[in-house]
Design a binder for this molecule. Sequence first.
Ligand code: NAD
Length: 354
Amino acid sequence: MTLVKSNGYNIIIKNNSLDSLCKFFEDKKYTSYFILSDQNIIKLCLPHLLIACPKLITAQIIKIKSGEKAKSLKFSAQIWHTLIDKTADKNTLLINFGGGVVSDLGGFAAATFKRGIDFINIPTTLLAMADASLGGKTGINFNKFKNIIGTINQPKGVFINIKFLKTLPQRQLKNGLAEIFKIALVNSHSFWDELVSFSQKTSYHTLITKSIQIKNKIILKDPFEKGIRKSLNFGHTIGHAIESEFLNSKAPLLHGEAVLIGLLIESRISYQKQLIPKSVLLEIYLVLTSHFKPRSISKISISSIINRIKNDKKTSKNIFLFSLINGIGSFKLDVIVSETQIKKAIMDHNKLIR
Ligand SMILES: NC(=O)c1ccc[n+]([C@@H]2O[C@H](COP(=O)([O-])OP(=O)(O)OC[C@H]3O[C@@H](n4cnc5c(N)ncnc54)[C@H](O)[C@@H]3O)[C@@H](O)[C@H]2O)c1
């Protein structure tokens, strides 16, 4: 077992056990329990949770549809309706059981219901285990913009049981791996070096623990993203714009897949701004394209990407501010990037990844 102390709560990582979760229920006396989950997780993972923690057999299940579109006001309202219908009080616990969509949405609904009820995260995807379940960022997409409405509100605990990854499809594993590569690229040269030689044999316990330890150090120092936490947004300014562009297409991109493209293009911007030499840019392209197959974005209009960036949280009065890298494992915050530089980076990227 690995225990990481975060902002007033523990993150517990185990290979095949939820006994710490059962202990948590014994110690805390909640009046009622609600489990938020999507249809896949209810089918594949919920039986294991109920066997491990029989106390949850009487919990009310709130089922949402799977996928990014559930991170919306509509589904948030569904949660609030159920909580009201089932007379949830201030001492109710919401259990977010699923991927990053479930923890972002559930965390947001819990933070706003009766001005805040407790919630915990039991992540079931690699992305949620290594990244989304900690740090307290919660939120929904609105008006076709990613995460534009939300709160920073910490869970009461994060309980990771790696066994849940057994049923996760390969594409979703890669999706989570992309965020792990981002954490290394921005914050840890040694972890990046380990990931370069990543193979199927590398244990998920090690990957998840390292990723959490690095992210946790940052969020403890800067829980409200006033400074160094912004470094974790590397790849996300472009990534979110691309993810939003694809959201209503026939073949939407997963979050990590969009972030991967964002990492490549924002590395290119870091190079244009002379923050990294060409050799580092080439290394990043080589490593990321050998582990992943980035989707081509050549059919997306560059001006619509720029328009979306205008609504990015870091853009102020049409000045584009980026969190960039100035080496592998180190970053530079609030770098002003011009529209021309963004366009050039996307065009140069499109010449390589068609
Ligand atoms: N709050 C944060 O700090 C933070 C950080 C990174 C990403 N995010 C957010 O996380 C979201 C993406 O999360 P995600 O990648 O986990 O996606 P997701 O929650 O949509 O889950 C991916 C898919 O896997 C299925 N699934 C989940 N667990 C499974 C399992 N064990 N076996 C089989 N299928 C399973 C789900 O039903 C879903 O279809 C995005 O909305 C992103 O913005 C948030």
